[in-house]
Design a protein around this ligand. Structure first.
Ligand code: ARG
Length: 459
């Protein structure tokens, strides 16, 4: 049991207490960030004359050698240490002696852990953003290739109006684009450095906090030392943004599962992203999509967990906050895994364009357009709606789509119909006429694809 704080104790910590309290099992995840923070700290201490240049150099060399050994597998991070901070400090003192004992000058583990967690989250936000961006690139590519791939659009999971695959993918593009915006906002808001806040009340050493912040690429130092050690807002914001990403992935997964079903057959998931059944030889299951949908619950759980943990904590640091780590790490790893796999699944998925188009042609997705035809010929919309309702009823009875009715049959229901009704309700016309910004018309969507490309180049 290696602890940093034995001085005022006369008894050994109970073994169970030690294990319950220890965080090394999980905070070793930010080992590199802990060292990064320590290097910046001693660089600042030397600049301020609190350490000598020689002490600073010894400490930095010592820290670098610890990193090299850990990375090479020569030094193991073990549960002999209470936390990652103790591991680094103890190993440093072992290696360089007295200079190592000065590392923690003007610092508390409270501001240290606040810094480590921020550095870690900041790095992960960048990785998450890259993964979301990769998915966006894939989606825009599918959009570009499918401006003319007709399919039914649904409301209530009932066929509603014809759209294109580009349009459907474009909806998800917008969702994930907003997700990136949220990640960028969080990054900007959290990017202030807590180092130098001490345990809660700053320190009496003449620290240059702005300099430490600058060394680590922060926009500046945080402005209240109590808040600095007690703030986990950015963790909550990230979990919230990741929950939204998962909600989007989960909706998308649900659609892919439906589209991949025997009844729909709109898509075929690649063999590499499907699994079989141990008993039913014919099965090819969409397990990845189902797992992504399932793991969404886990990420929501992390958000609820940290919100609940934080709600009753008085200022400033309390040990409750150590609970932020496991769930945040797990949620980040889960979301990253889901994003990567999902992108792989979508980019290799086959879209069965013939099935989609055929589906759009049936189910009266052109009924609104038949009503619009009547409106264009002077019939008030409410009356037109009633007339087309009767057409649909007639077709249901005869088990045919609208465009298989003869002109005589049309005229029997309303004399306004002429030969050009067939052209007006063809799937092609229905889609192509929808040309307003954001609508499925191929010209409108082609512009969106270009805007998307520009956005992906710029951001
Ligand atoms: N492992 C602790 C955490 O994650 C580090 C801070 C410890 N500070 C303290 N005063 N016990 O929060």
């Amino acid at each position: 049991m290696a602890q940093l704080w034995g001085g005022r104790f006369t008894k050994e910590t109970d073994k169970l207490v030690y294990n319950f309290n220890a965080s090394i099992g999980f905070d070793q995840k930010f080992f590199h960030q802990d060292v990064q923070g320590s290097k910046a700290h001693v660089t600042m201490l030397a600049k301020q004359g609190i350490l000598t240049g020689d002490e600073k150099n010894q400490i930095i060399a010592g820290l670098d050698s610890i990193v090299a050994d850990v990375d090479a597998g020569k030094l193991e991070i073990t549960s002999e240490y209470e936390d990652i901070h103790s591991f680094v400090e103890a190993n440093l003192i072992d290696r360089i002696g007295d200079a190592g004992k000065k590392l923690h000058t003007g610092r508390s583990r409270n501001d240290q852990v606040a810094l480590d967690m921020k550095l870690y989250v900041r790095d992960e936000i960048k990785e998450l953003d890259e993964l979301v961006k990769k998915l966006l690139v894939t989606l825009n590519k599918i959009m570009e290739e499918n401006l003319h791939t007709y399919m039914p659009g649904f409301t209530h999971l009932q066929k509603a109006q014809p759209i294109t695959l580009a349009h459907h993918m474009g909806a998800y593009f917008e969702m994930f684009r907003r997700d990136r915006g949220r990640l960028a906002d969080i990054y900007e808001r959290m990017n202030y450095c807590p180092l130098g806040s001490g345990a809660l009340a700053g320190t009496t050493y003449p620290l240059d906090r702005a300099y430490s912040a600058e060394l680590m690429g922060f926009a500046g130092p945080t402005m209240n030392s109590m808040d600095s050690v007690a703030d986990r807002d950015y963790v909550i914001e990230l979990l919230s943004a990741m929950s939204t990403i998962m909600m989007h992935l989960s909706r998308f997964s649900e659609e892919i599962i439906i589209w991949n079903s025997n009844e729909y057959q709109f898509v075929e998931i690649d063999d590499a992203y499907s699994t079989g059944s141990s008993i039913m030889p014919q099965k090819k299951n969409p397990d990845i999509a189902e797992l992504v949908r399932g793991k969404t619950g886990r990420v929501y759980g992390a958000l609820m967990s940290i919100l609940t943990t934080m709600k009753g904590i008085p200022l400033a640091y309390n040990k409750d906050m150590q609970e932020d780590k496991e769930l945040t790490f797990d949620a980040i790893d889960t979301v990253k895994g889901c994003l990567a796999l999902f992108e792989g699944m979508v980019s290799t998925m086959k879209f069965r364009k013939d099935v989609m188009e055929n589906s759009a042609k049936h189910g009266f997705t052109n009924a609104t357009d038949a009503a619009d035809y009547l409106v264009n010929h002077g019939v008030p919309f409410r009356d037109a709606h009633g007339i087309v309702g009767r057409l649909v009823l007639y077709c249901l009875d005869k088990k045919i789509p609208l465009d298989e009715m003869t002109l005589e049959e049309y005229k029997a229901i309303s004399p306004v119909f002429e030969e050009d009704i067939y052209e007006a309700i063809s799937i092609k016309t229905c889609v192509e006429k929808r040309m307003t910004i954001g609508a499925p018309g191929p010209d409108a969507m082609a512009k969106v694809v270009e805007w998307n490309k520009k956005y992906l180049e710029e951001k």
